[in-house]
Design a protein around this ligand. Sequence first.
Ligand code: UDP
Length: 142
Amino acid sequence: MEQTFVMIKPDGVERGLIGEIIVRFQRKGFRIVDAKLMKVSKETAERHYFELKEKPFFGELVNFITSGPIFAMVLEGRNAVQNARLLIGATNPAVATAGTIRGDFATDLASNVIHGSDSDENAAREIDLFFQRQRDFAIYIS
Ligand code: UDP
């Protein structure tokens, strides 16, 4: 069984979508290994999205992720990374298929309700980052 990291972003928490989203993952067969409601620091947000640091929307993205509480989860299941992203849907909710979380609950590219790791490597890194497993993060921030 693989693990992945999923985060309900501040817009999803604010809109009361935590329960609805958890139900969808559990229905698919995921097991919740760990979960918490938390506020993300600027440093953690920058580390989380370090791959996007050259993008023009990076500053806005960090501001958004730190703007209110998020709900972080470690989910376990078969092909966890790929299956979670299937339930989450395309990055841009305007083209996300109906039936996916973004397709059903979001319309805006920036405020797209949820994050899911995009690789096993990033899943491990993000689980470490948000759930403070002991590791040196320095290699990820250059
Ligand atoms: N994002 C944005 N503008 C863009 C592209 C992405 O605000 O033009 C935000 C959006 O919230 C997205 C996040 O940056 O979820 C991370 O982008 P990525 O390409 O990694 O997509 P994801 O893996 O979240 O689908």
